[in-house]
Write a protein that binds this ligand. Structure first.
Ligand code: HEM
Length: 504
């Protein structure tokens, strides 16, 4: 009798287990039945392809996304443990950006609160919604628009010195080759530059990441990013609920990273806080914390996002610009160098037409944040004429689709052509503004939730380009395999360049 009961129990458990597995598989393979039928479905396996085959984000876009996005302006796509609606048509983007009460921001802290990525960035200005977001925006807007960009120049010079040191070491055969640090030398050096830039301009002190290549903050970040952009956990963040040893280590890294960062801010800024000291965004955050407008967790989450978004996005754009300058070394590099070689003043540099058009075109060709899915429908709604989206659906946007659509940019949409922006700085800036307004260029979002760091990032990139070109001519290294990153943030993957010192 007992044996029979046990066998029946085992048999039933197996059946339940198999059935749950099957249902789970169906949930991954087929979009929910109430998702709109008027737009196509991208096969669920597409998201895994770059981690299996040698293909980058651009290959994946061209093969699976370009046609449906161009034709329908939106698709159903599996990502982050769920089916989402991904949009690229400017009219749809404009609607989503404008109608915040229907397409409400819902960042990782709400979408996947148990994940490593949610622990990393918390509840911050980028992911918050409604009243909380308004409070954050009110606190941070001024400081991110009015900042002292002097450190960009000093740090770019330090960056060039480190390149020179490496070239000398290479010449003398002292290069500590073979270590993983050296294989990824340039991307890590650009990251160190971007970290020092943002910590000095926004947080008000020097983290010293350029001085010390083993800086603890940087080391934590390297490990965290590897974990966060791991394709398996990026696609199925619910695996974080399993507390696998590898992910436990990632949680520990996130904890230590936040601790190092916040303790340094506390030591430098909070403990020494002086009410008159208002030149850094972080001071405005601390003031708000002291006035009880935000609590300690909100203070620290926003400090973290300032450092994370503030270094990572410029890092991507600097990498892309150096790549394009090197690729077009006998045209654009020469033109830009001739234009800026005698410009010392930052305000004049900002207005240099060729450099501006070049950077805008780089942002268009390779939007650093390619795909962003962090809005959830508050109610059932209609997108455009005929896309009915159910309540509680995640809706995101694909910047590459918007900036490479021939409907938006004509037959040369895929070509790198800075001249498309215009001839004079007035024309170029007007076109940039117009493109952001009509959402055919959404790389910096737009509308009320437009990126608050755009001005800062563009100056940072221009100053860095000037300092590098002052000292070096750059070319793509012969042994570099020309590829973009396979997923996540978009930029050339493991970029390698040749730096040739300019004759004085
Ligand atoms: C090339 C550089 C950058 C690019 C391409 C970029 C892009 C973006 C994008 C696409 C968004 C909207 C994200 C979303 O839809 O959820 C955003 C928001 C934001 N960015 Fe940037 N960003 C850059 C640099 C920076 C920098 C340097 C900072 C400064 C710390 C910054 C601060 C912010 C903030 C605070 C928001 C939130 C705005 C809001 O929701 O009110 N960004 N950025």
């Amino acid at each position: 009798m007992l044996i029979r009961l046990t066998v029946t129990f085992l048999w039933k458990s197996t059946l339940v287990f198999l059935l749950s597995g099957f249902l789970l598989l169906l949930k991954v393979i087929i979009p929910p039945f109430n998702f709109p039928r008027t737009i196509p479905t991208v096969p669920f396996y597409v998201i895994f392809l770059p981690s299996i085959f040698d293909m980058d984000q651009v290959d994946m876009f061209n093969t699976y996304l370009r046609e449906p996005l161009e034709k329908y302006g939106a698709v159903k796509m599996f990502f982050g443990s769920r089916w989402n609606i991904l949009v690229s048509r400017p009219e749809y983007l404009a609607q989503i950006f404008k109608d915040e009460t229907t397409f409400a921001k819902s960042g990782n802290q709400k979408k996947i609160p148990y994940s490593v990525i949610a622990a990393y960035t918390g509840d911050n200005i980028i992911s918050a919604h409604g009243k909380v977001w308004k409070t954050y925006r009110h606190i941070m807007s001024d400081g991110l628009q009015n900042f002292n960009g002097q450190p960009f120049e000093k740090n770019a010079k330090r960056f060039c010195k480190l390149i020179q040191k490496r070239l000398k070491e290479k010449e003398m055969g002292q290069e500590e080759e073979k270590s993983s640090l050296n294989n990824n030398y340039l991307p890590l050096l650009i990251q160190r530059l971007a970290l020092d830039n943002i910590s000095q301009v926004v947080l008000g002190f020097d983290f010293g990441t350029l001085e010390d290549k083993y800086n603890p903050l940087h080391q934590h970040l390297i490990r965290i990013k590897k974990q966060i952009f791991h394709p398996l956990f990026l696609t199925f963040p619910f695996f974080d609920l399993l507390h696998l040893p590898q992910r436990q280590m990632a949680f520990e890294d996130v904890k230590s990273f936040r601790k190092v960062l916040v303790e340094r801010v506390r030591k430098e800024m909070i403990d020494n806080y002086n009410f008159e000291q208002t030149s850094f965004v972080v001071n405005d955050l601390i003031k708000a914390y002291n006035n009880d407008s935000i609590d300690y967790q909100q203070l620290t989450d926003n400090i973290v996002i300032l450092l994370v978004a503030g270094h990572e996005n410029p890092q991507l754009l600097i990498t892309t610009c150096l790549y394009l300058l090197s690729k077009f070394y006998d045209t654009w590099q020469i033109l830009i160098w001739n234009e800026i070689k005698d410009i010392e003043c930052i305000n004049k540099l900002k207005e240099a037409p060729l450099l501006s058009a070049f950077v805008y075109e780089a942002v268009r060709m390779y939007p650093p944040l390619n795909t962003i899915i962090n809005r959830k429908t508050i109610q059932k709604c209609r997108l455009g004429e005929n896309i009915i989206i159910p309540k509680d659906t995640y809706v995101g946007y694909n910047n590459f689709g918007a900036t490479h659509s021939s409907k938006n940019w004509g037959p040369t949409a895929d070509l790198f052509d800075p001249l498309r922006w215009g001839g004079t700085i007035e024309e170029i800036n007007k076109e940039w503004k117009q493109r952001k307004n009509d959402c055919s260029l959404s790389s910096f979002h737009g509308g009320r939730r437009a990126c608050l760091g755009e001005k800062l990032a563009l100056i940072e990139v221009k100053v860095t380009i000037r300092e590098i070109l002052k000292r070096y001519q750059i070319k793509l290294a012969k042994d570099w395999n020309e590829k973009m990153t396979p997923g996540g943030p978009l930029c050339p993957a493991n970029l390698k360049l040749e730096f040739v010192e300019r004759e004085k």
